[in-house]
Design a protein around this ligand. Structure first.
Ligand SMILES: CC(=O)N[C@H]1[C@@H](OP(=O)(O)OP(=O)(O)OC[C@H]2O[C@@H](n3ccc(=O)[nH]c3=O)[C@H](O)[C@@H]2O)O[C@H](CO)[C@@H](O)[C@@H]1O
Ligand SMILES: C=C(OP(=O)(O)O)C(=O)O
Length: 516
C-alpha cells in the first residue's frame, strides 16, 4: 500500500511520510538510512510513523542524508527546544559511547598543522564541533562531512585568511584559544577573537599566554580580539613549564612544539584523554613524542608537515559517565559500551565505595589502536554516601567534568555527601536546581555542596542551566523523578552530546521534545 500525504493526520506524520517517500526514492532501507544518521532502524520507523519528535538538527541531517530539502530549515534564531520527561521509568539495553567533544575540537585545531589531508573518523555531530568547523571554513579550510555523517575530511589552503574569520562562531567556543599553538609557527602576526564557552565562572587564559611565550609569541588583548605577534624560531631546544596542568593549555603547547623544527620539553603537562588523542594524531603526522600519558612530554616537531592521514577519535569518558549515571539514578540494569576505562577508573572506584554493583567485560582496543575500552553493566544498587568528600583532580584524578554527575547520584544515596568543585567558580550552583526535583542540596560556598539522600524525587518545570554538564544532570534527575517534568531551553546539551534524548529513549526513557 502506498502512503500519501493525505493519510497523515499530524504534522509529524506528514513529515514522516515525506521522509519515507524520499528514502524509498533513493532505494534505501530504514536500516541503511539509520546507519547514515548514526541512529537505529527503530528510530527511523518511529520517525516515519510520525511518533517521534524531530530536532532541527536531526531534520537537517535527514535532509543531508537523503539529499533532499523536505522542510526548509530557517537559519534565523531557532526557537528554544524543551524536553518533557515522564520520569520513574526503568531503562534497559545497551548504549554506546560516542567520541569525545574535547578530543574532536583539539584535533580540528591541530589539523591546521597539516598541509596534507586529515580525515577524522567517528566525529560526534555536536554543536561545539560545528562551531570550530565554521571557524575553519571561514578562514579558507575545506572541511567536509562524509555522506554517512561520521567522518570529517580537512584540507587547509596553503595560506589561511584570518581576516575573514567567523567571529560569531569563534566567540561562542573557548576552544578557539587552541588556534594559537598551531598558528604561531606559521604566522608572524595575527588576530583571534576572544574565547567564549559555557557559564562556569571566569576561566583564565593566562596559562596559555605563559605557555606560549617561550615559543616567541606575545599576545596583547585589544577590544574584542587578541593580537599575537611571534618572533622567528631559532630551532634551539626549548623547555616549557606549565603553571597549570590544564588540558587545552597542554594541547596548545604540544601543537606549538609539533610545528617547530627542534626538540621541546613540556613539564606539568596534562596526560588527560583529549591530550593523548592529540598526541596519537600528531604521531601519525610524523611528530615524535615521548612521555604520552605522563606529565613530561618531549616533542620533536617539524615546521612543515604534509601527510595524508586518518585518525579515529576515541571515546568520551564524560559521555560514559553521563550514560552510566542514567542507569544508576533510574535504578536500572543497562550496559554502556565502549567506555575508555583508563579515564573512568577513579569514578568507578568511588561509585563502588558508594555501593554500586557493576561488571566489566574484558578490555578491547578502540579504533585508534591505542585507547583501552570496556563495556560496563550497572545493576540496581542500594547506594550510600561516601565517607570522604568527592573532589576532582587533573588526570589521573576524578575528572572535573564527571563531578557534576555525582550530585544526582549522591541525591539517590543514603547519607550526606560533600562535593567539592575547587576548579570552577560557577558550576556547583547550577546543581542546586536538583532541589526543585525534591533533592536536599545545599550550597555551602561557590565550590562546595552538601547533598543528603535518599531523595523522594518529584517532577518539576525547570529552566535548563546555562552549563553543559549541569544541564544533563538536571535531565537525569528528571528521569529519576516519578511524574512529568519539563526542562526548558535545552539547546546547550547539543553542544556536547549527539542526539542524547533520542538515545535515552532507545533505552526506555520517556522524553518528548517540543518548542513553544
Ligand atoms: C575543550 C576542553 O578540553 N575542555 C576541557 C578543558 O578546558 P580548559 O583546558 O579550557 O580548562 P581551563 O583552562 O578553563 O581549566 C579549568 C579550570 O581549572 C583551573 N585549573 C586547571 C588546571 C590546574 O592545574 N589548575 C587549575 O587551577 C583553571 O584555572 C580553570 O579555572 O579542561 C577542563 C578542566 O579539565 C574541562 O572542564 C573542559 O571540558
Ligand atoms: C566545560 C566543558 O567544556 P568546555 O571547555 O568546552 O567549556 C565541559 O565539557 O563540560
Amino acid at each position: 500500500m502506498t502512503t500519501t500525504l493525505e493519510d497523515a493526520t499530524t504534522p509529524l506524520a506528514a513529515i514522516g511520510t515525506l521522509i519515507r517517500g524520499a528514502r524509498q526514492n533513493m532505494g534505501l532501507t530504514q536500516t541503511q538510512l539509520a546507519e547514515r544518521l548514526g541512529t537505529s532502524q527503530s528510530a527511523i520507523a518511529r520517525i516515519e510513523q510520525g511518533s517521534q519528535n524531530l530536532s532541527v538538527d536531526m531534520l537537517a541531517r535527514i535532509n543531508a542524508a537523503l539529499d533532499a530539502d523536505l522542510l526548509p530549515i530557517s537559519t534565523g534564531s531557532p526557537r528554544p527546544t524543551h524536553l518533557r520527561v515522564t520520569g520513574g521509568q526503568r531503562l534497559s539495553g545497551t548504549i554506546t559511547v560516542n567520541s569525545s567533544k574535547n578530543a574532536a575540537v583539539a584535533l580540528l585545531c591541530a589539523s591546521l598543522l597539516n598541509r596534507g589531508r586529515t580525515v577524522l573518523r567517528g566525529v560526534a555531530r555536536i554543536v561545539e564541533v560545528d562551531r570550530i568547523v565554521a571557524v575553519l571554513q571561514s578562514i579558507g579550510v575545506q572541511v567536509t562531512w562524509s555522506p554517512d555523517g561520521h567522518d570529517l575530511e580537512i584540507v587547509r589552503p596553503e595560506v589561511l585568511d584570518l581576516t575573514t574569520i567567523d567571529d560569531d562562531a569563534a566567540k561562542r567556543t573557548r576552544s578557539i584559544i587552541m588556534f594559537f599553538g598551531p598558528l604561531l609557527g606559521q604566522e608572524s602576526s595575527f588576530d583571534l577573537p576572544y574565547a567564549g564557552g559555557c557559564n562556569l565562572g571566569t576561566r583564565t587564559v593566562e596559562p596559555h599566554m605563559i605557555a606560549l611565550r617561550p615559543f616567541g609569541m606575545d599576545v596583547v588583548a585589544n577590544a574584542g580580539a587578541y593580537h599575537a605577534s611571534v618572533v622567528p624560531d631559532s630551532g634551539e631546544p626549548l623547555s616549557v613549564v606549565l603553571t597549570e596542568r590544564g588540558d587545552t593549555v597542554t594541547e596548545n603547547a604540544i601543537m606549538a612544539a609539533a610545528g617547530r623544527d627542534g626538540v621541546t620539553t613540556i613539564r606539568n603537562a596534562s596526560p588527560n584523554y583529549m591530550v593523548q588523542d592529540l598526541c596519537f594524531y600528531l604521531e601519525l603526522l610524523g611528530v615524535e613524542i615521548t612521555g604520552i600519558g605522563s606529565t613530561t612530554l618531549v616533542i620533536k616537531g617539524r615546521s612543515r608537515i604534509d601527510a595524508d592521514v586518518e585518525y579515529a577519535v576515541s571515546e568520551d569518558p564524560v559521555e560514559a559517565m553521563s550514560l552510566l549515571t542514567a542507569g544508576i539514578v533510574t535504578d536500572s540494569e543497562i550496559t554502556v559500551a565502549r567506555v575508555p576505562i583508563e579515564f573512568m577508573e577513579i569514578e568507578l572506584a568511588t561509585l563502588s565505595e558508594m555501593g554500586l554493583q557493576y561488571s566489566l567485560t574484558q578490555e578491547y582496543t578502540a579504533t585508534n589502536g591505542r585507547t583501552r575500552l570496556v563495556d560496563i553493566t550497572v545493576y540496581p544498587s542500594q547506594l550510600r554516601a561516601p565517607i570522604d568528600k568527592i573532589h576532582p583532580m587533573p588526570f589521573p584524578g576524578l575528572n572535573i567534568d564527571n563531578l557534576p554527575f555525582f550530585a544526582v547520584i549522591a541525591a539517590g544515596a543514603s547519607g550526606q555527601t560533600t562535593i567539592h568543585d575547587w576548579v570552577y567558580d560557577n558550576r556547583a550552583i547550577h546543581l542546586t536546581d536538583l532541589t526543585r526535583l525534591g533533592a536536599d542540596v545545599r550550597l555551602l560556598d561557590p565550590h562546595r555542596l552538601d547533598i543528603s539522600g535518599p531523595t523522594h524525587w518529584s517532577g518539576a518545570e525547570i529552566s535548563c542551566p546555562p552549563a553543559l554538564r549541569p544541564a544533563v544532570v538536571i535531565l537525569l534527575g528528571m528521569m529519576a523523578a516519578k511524574g512529568t517534568s519539563v526542562l526548558r531551553g535545552v539547546d546547550i546539551i547539543a553542544r556536547g552530546y549527539e542526539q542524547l534524548a533520542d538515545r535515552l529513549i532507545e533505552l526506555g526513557a520517556q522524553i518528548e521534545t517540543f518548542r513553544d
